[in-house]
Design a protein around this ligand. Structure first.
Ligand SMILES: Cc1ncc(COP(=O)(O)O)c(C=O)c1O
Length: 494
């Protein structure tokens, strides 16, 4: 190939690469909040390339034009900075990936990179599929992976149905994730990776991350951690030895609830027995430029900018919401109509001490308010109603301030009954393995004043004492009317 015409692009690209490296290094010296706010979008880039826009612009264009055929050839060969086509890359998406990579790597010397995906589920699929490939040296070998059973219901389905049942890739289930010998007993020469969700949704299971990472590396395989519930404001698994982090960006990272999105963040030079140097050198970037280019599960620019805007305040939100959740958890743990509360922040929780070794509010020691490290345990909790499945529904149906929705991470408090929603598809047996009874309500606390949430919980739980709740609904909506509700008030349960 005659590259002479492309040389001027290569040379400019090398200079630009140096500039961006130095800029990223400068940003890495900043505190977490500064990185979350600015990411890798510089004033110089704004002035020279984006009409001075102080907020990262949204590039809705499907594709990029090239100055000439040389630039096009160099770009399509990934030899110069390029975005080409928005299925592969896009400038807005690039800024989201840049900030997430820096935040997950914060506080460590590890170099990280990120690919943003259309959902948390596509992040999981993109990450695990890269390891579930035929080994050319042993093409007939069966494949397996070792993963905790206490995972989000969608993950459970992806692993049990899509991987295990439909593709014959064995999911070896870790039921007691704090038992290192259980993890180890499931690993053999055909194990491709270890996988865990921590804290888990909805039961907040937790394990010794550093020890599980060391175990994975002893066998030459990577550890993948779904850290959605913690967010990088409370836990950065790569710092503790994990190789790959999954984020459902949909959740606490993008609290506003405007779009579905996900991310895979990886350390450079990860461990794997798969003979693919490019993949191991820069996993997230490899996913972005090769498998995800061909499979197409990446994020849209609009969802990327919506997530970016929320991420700027992640630390303060996680602090505030964690403190409110602690207050709610303490209230519920004293309530006579509550059997048990699952919240890692409660000192009587069996995993409290272990979780306290890992879950810290980032940079609390540089915060005037604290001046020292402080534990924060997130805004997801669950509680078991003292009653059966029907009574649990009665309590749930009586919420007025807390929204009934199969969601978490929202700015508004939301609740669900996992057994009939997020974890219904895995069936009774699957729920038993994951420890999800039918009287469990999952609660994710927003930024409301916690006293108002406590009031709502108290009145809902009073239904079990025979209290009747009266909720009415207007027949016309004041903000854009429809008469659809006329005459149906009498059908409302309360
Ligand atoms: C821990 C966890 N991981 C992954 C997902 C999937 O994320 P998404 O809904 O963005 O696909 C969820 C969704 O609830 C989750 O709770």
């Amino acid at each position: 190939m005659d590259e002479s015409g492309m040389n001027r692009y290569f040379e400019a690209a090398a200079r630009a690469d140096q500039w961006h490296r130095e800029y990223r290094e400068q940003m890495k010296q900043c505190r977490f909040d500064t990185i979350a706010t600015h990411g890798i979008y510089s004033m110089q880039e704004a002035l020279d390339f984006n009409q001075g826009a102080i907020i990262e612009p949204v590039y809705m264009s499907t594709s990029q034009a090239f100055r000439d055929s040389d630039e096009m050839e160099a770009a399509l060969g990934y030899k110069i900075p390029t975005w080409c086509y928005s299925r592969i890359a896009n400038p807005t998406i690039y800024y989201l990936e840049g900030v997430l990579a820096l935040l997950e790597g914060y506080g460590s010397e590890v170099e990280t990179s990120c690919i943003a995906t259309s959902s948390g589920m596509s992040a999981i699929q993109s990450a695990v599929d890269a390891f579930l490939v035929i080994d050319p040296k042993n093409p007939g070998a069966p494949m397996n992976f070792v993963a905790t059973t206490q995972v989000y219901g969608g993950t459970y389905q992806q692993f049990s149905m899509r991987k295990d049942l439909e593709h014959g890739i064995e999911w070896r289930k870790v039921v007691h994730s704090t038992d290192l010998s259980e993890w180890e007993s499931l690993i053999d020469e055909n194990t491709r990776f270890l996988y865990g969700e921590m804290p888990s949704n909805p039961c907040l299971s937790f394990f010794d991350l550093a020890r599980v990472a060391a175990l994975a590396h002893k066998y030459g395989i990577p550890l993948i951690i779904d850290s959605t519930v913690a967010t990088p404001a409370l836990l950065r698994p790569i710092q503790h030895g994990a190789d790959i982090v999954i984020q459902s960006v949909t959740k606490s990272l993008a609290t506003s609830g405007f779009g579905i999105s996900g991310a895979v963040i990886s350390r450079r030079n990860l461990v794997s027995k798969i003979d693919n140097p490019e993949m191991k050198a820069d996993f997230a970037n490899y996913l972005k430029l090769l498998p995800n280019r061909d499979n197409g599960p990446n994020i849209s620019p609009m969802n990327a900018v919506l997530a970016l805007n929320d991420i700027r305040t992640i630390r303060m939100r996680m602090d505030h919401m964690s403190r409110s959740t602690m207050k709610v958890a303490q209230f519920l743990s004293q309530h006579k109509n509550v059997e048990r509360v699952e919240y890692l922040g409660l000192s009587n929780h069996p995993l409290h001490d272990l979780a306290s070794e890992y879950l810290y509010l980032v940079d609390a020691e540089y915060d005037e308010q604290y001046g020292a490290p402080v534990n924060r345990y997130g805004h997801l909790m669950s509680f078991l109603v003292r009653g059966d499945a029907g009574q649990t529904r009665d309590v749930f149906d009586a919420f007025t301030r807390i929204w009934r929705a199969t969601d978490l991470g929202r700015i508004k408090s939301v609740a669900t009954i996992p057994a009939i929603s997020t974890h219904s598809q895995q069936g009774e047996e699957g729920r038993k393995l994951a420890g999800i009874p039918s009287n469990l309500i999952r609660l994710c606390i927003g930024v409301e004043h916690p006293d108002d949430i406590i009031k709502d919980l108290d009145q809902a739980l009073s239904v079990l004492d025979g209290k009747k709740l009266k909720v009415t609904s207007p027949e016309f909506s004041a903000g854009g009317s429809s008469s659809a509700r006329m005459g149906i008030n009498q059908m409302l349960k309360y």
